[in-house]
Each structure stands twice: as C-alpha cells, then as structure tokens.
Design a protein around this ligand. Structure first.
Ligand code: ADP
Length: 262
C-alpha cells in the first residue's frame, strides 16, 4: 500500500509540474504561431522558398502545440463527465474507427458479452483510453497481428483486492484490450503508467498514452491492470465502475440517478 501511495503522489507531483510548464510553453508557442501566420500572409507570392520555410516552421510549432495540449489535458485531469454507458456499443463504434486508422496488418476482433452491466464513466475519455491502448498494440505488432477488444461483467473479490490494494472489492464492467505483439518486460510494466516513460524512439512516443488511461480509470473509481509477457503479447484490463439500478442495458433511461457509492 505504501508503494501505491508513493506512486500516486509521484504522479500527482509530475502532473502539476508538467501542467505549469506546459501552460507557459503553450502561451509562448501561440505567440510564435500567430506571428508566423502573419508573416506567411505578408510574403510576396513570388517567393515560394520562403513560404515553404515558414510553413514548415508553422507545421512544427503546431505539432508542438498539440503535444502541450495533451500534456495540459493530462495535468489538468479535465473534470470527468460520467454517464450511464453501454460499453458494448461504445466498443463497437471505436472498433469501426480503429479498423480505418490502424492499417491492414492489424486484425481487429471484438468479443462483446451478452447481458453486460452498464458502466458509469465519461464516454469520451473511455474512447480515448481504448484508442491509446489500440495504438500501443499496433506499435507492438510491426509485422501485424491480432487486436482483441473484449467486454465482460467482472466481480473482483477479496482475494483479488488483497493483491491489488488500490481497488475496492465489487462489481465492475471489464474492457480488455489484448494484442499478439512484442510484450513487455517486468521492468517496463512497472514503469509503464508513469508520464513520459517510453521505450519508443524520439518523435514516436510521448509516454503519455498509458498515463491517460491510468488517470482516467483511477479518477473514475475503477482499476487498470497490465498482463504481459515478452514474445507473446499484452493484455490491458480496464475495470470500470458498474452503474447500479439498471439491470439490463435495454432499460437505460436518462433521468438523473445518484452515482453508486464507491
Ligand atoms: P508511448 O506509447 O508514447 O511510448 P505509453 O505510456 O502509451 O507511451 O506507453 C509506455 C511504454 O509502455 C511504451 O513505450 C512501451 O514500451 C510500453 N507498452 C505500452 N503498451 C504496450 C503494448 N501493448 N505492447 C508492448 N509494450 C507496450
């Protein structure tokens, strides 16, 4: 438990530090982008080389700005907007999106549980989490492979929560994302959720994907766990809080019902 606490305090400190820097940096970038934009419009039409230079500078700065936006979003931990979510439906929609973005070498399978409990989460953040995990899976399968997104009802009992003291025993909606990629060593698993931890070459990884997933799931009152072995692949399991009071997904209505007490 001490270890868990140290970890979450460390994440908090890094988040705050990052937030401050990202905020100032973003302001400076916006000034530079604005000036370059004006410069671009003032350039005479007969000077394509200068135009190219200004455009590539603008391009780089816009990319840097989008990175700082991500940092800010992470540090700010935007307030979540949890709703009753049909996770099967969400997974189906995201998989359609993933099919068109991940490329042909990755086969995407969905295994959707019947009678799935509704979850109580921020749907947009859950979508980003799944996309982040899918992108990691794709990166771990450079020669192709299979990505499986599976849903299920999960009961975490005392024997599980004794091993994982950061989660309360109870009923959760499970989304697991499994790949047949390179897998991770125990050392990488231990650090994977830390912001900026990446094993990818500079320019390819930000080290923020799994931090987003971790922050979102923890803040939602859920739990996330990585199972991975080098050479055989990785499974990331998201345990999302179950929404009580709706026995079946077909019965979802949108009046206000208080959030489940933990
Ligand atoms: P990034 O993807 O930008 O590196 P993440 O926080 O998403 O940042 O991931 C951190 C690190 O965890 C990755 O650099 C990689 O080493 C490892 N990792 C994450 N997902 C997987 C996966 N599905 N298979 C193998 N390694 C992974």
């Amino acid at each position: 438990i001490e270890e868990q606490l140290r970890h979450s305090q460390k994440m908090e400190a890094i988040g705050q530090l990052t937030g401050g820097i990202a905020h100032d940096f973003n302001n400076l970038l916006q000034i530079a982008i604005g000036s370059l934009d004006i410069l671009k419009r003032r350039l005479p039409n007969g000077d394509p080389r200068s135009r190219d230079l200004v455009e590539s500078a603008l391009d780089g700065m816009t990319r840097a700005a989008s990175l700082t936006q991500r940092l800010l979003a992470y540090a700010r931990r935007q307030p979540l907007d949890p709703k009753t979510v049909d996770v099967n439906h969400l997974v189906q929609n995201v998989s359609e999106l993933l099919r068109s973005t991940l490329g042909e070498t990755v086969r995407i399978e969905t295994v959707l549980a019947g009678g799935l409990w509704p979850a109580y989460v921020d749907a947009n953040q859950l979508e980003s989490a799944i996309v982040n995990l899918a992108v990691n899976a794709r990166d771990a399968m450079p020669h192709g492979g299979r990505l499986t997104v599976e849903t299920g009802n999960a009961h975490l009992d005392d024997s599980y929560t004794e091993q994982n003291p950061d989660v309360m025993p109870g009923q959760y909606v499970l989304v697991s994302i499994t790949d047949t990629g390179t897998g991770m060593t125990p050392e990488v698993i231990a650090k994977a959720f830390e912001p900026f931890f990446t094993t990818k070459p500079a320019g390819q990884g930000t080290g923020l994907g799994l931090s987003q997933v971790y922050g979102f799931v923890k803040q939602s009152g859920g739990h996330v766990k990585i199972y991975s072995e080098t050479g055989s692949g990785t499974a990331v399991k998201l345990y999302l809080p179950r929404r009580y009071g709706h026995e079946a997904l077909g019965e979802i209505h949108h009046d206000r019902v208080p959030a489940p007490a933990a």
